[in-house]
Write a protein that binds this ligand. Sequence first.
Ligand SMILES: NC(=O)c1ccc[n+]([C@@H]2O[C@H](COP(=O)([O-])OP(=O)(O)OC[C@H]3O[C@@H](n4cnc5c(N)ncnc54)[C@H](OP(=O)(O)O)[C@@H]3O)[C@@H](O)[C@H]2O)c1
Length: 341
Amino acid sequence: MKAAIVGVSGAVGQEFLRVLGERNFPVDELVLFGSARSAGRVYTFRDKQYTVKELKHNDDFKGIDIAFVSAGAGTSLEFAETITKHGTVMIDNSSAFRMYDDVPLVVPEVNAEDALNRPRGIIANPNCTTIQMVVALKAIEKVSHIKRVHVSTYQAASGAGASAMAELTKQYEQLLKGEAPTIEKFAWQLAYNLIPQVDVFTENGYTKEEMKMYHETRKIMHSDIEVSATCIRVPVMRAHSETTWVETERPVSVEEARQAFSAAEGVILQDNPAAKDYPMPLFVAGKDPVYVGRIRKDLANPNGLTFWTVSDQIKKGAALNAVQIAEYLLTVNGLDVTQKS
Ligand SMILES: NC(=O)c1ccc[n+]([C@@H]2O[C@H](COP(=O)([O-])OP(=O)(O)OC[C@H]3O[C@@H](n4cnc5c(N)ncnc54)[C@H](OP(=O)(O)O)[C@@H]3O)[C@@H](O)[C@H]2O)c1
């Protein structure tokens, strides 16, 4: 198995190195790529050192079975042909191809088999906020069809990349010294604040991030589900949180929901409010599952249920989900792709 990581210096790229190691993914050979900025840097994987190559339009991907790509949508669009032309399976973390009809959008706990139909050789990893939500929704959908969802997200700084994490730390340091904070990655100062804007606004007043939750959820769940989202950036370093209100075809009791979440793949039920036991990002950072708690009946809707989820968006929301897709491909039929030359 020859694998590549494109964008290895980034927040998600670094997580790929950790997750591939942690899960004992069967990599015999690893090739690391970045832009000219990180080319030449050396990273260690399983006690071996690897030097980052500059991503270029050439034949570097010949012989590579699978490429984990996390270098932004522009890079994915520009290099998809270069990456896939010799049959490499590209698992893309960017938004570039997610809504293409001929590109599957996959969360293994929900629609793993979609990954088997990939005419372009590309499989898209969904948006990180959507991934944790659909893992939880899948549990409820098994009990009763979900008609609509309202969701409010509380998104960590690291969702905007490695430099955004550095900016948040720097803002706290600057403010404590009485200096003006540096504001480059976010619209406003994030330290001691929250910002009701993730990504840019679209014509209907929702942000792109919020519209991704609408469209991607429908595609992954193969459902007419409607999703109305409000996405908030909060000064948490890592792991996104979400409050979700679902409306089901028939009322679902709290007990039914608890059972469904307890049985669901990839979900940990953590719901003992009397003992102040509920998921929080500080403690979920670095973990694999989607944690669910605060399950209640919706007081404003007899068919409504509300709950709270927290999941590490660099892990389950990005690198881990992509590696799980690759693991699924390996278990089903190896990495054979039709266009492999
Ligand atoms: N952070 C998250 O929680 C998260 C979650 C889900 C999905 N994603 C998606 O994953 C992607 C990466 O996000 P990130 O948070 O890891 O960002 P990041 O920390 O800013 O890292 C970006 C990476 O892309 C590389 N890159 C940029 N331009 C390149 C080019 N022309 N050729 C090769 N490499 C290039 C950078 O390499 P250099 O250092 O060499 O420039 C760097 O390794 C984005 O599409 C993002 O939307 C992120």
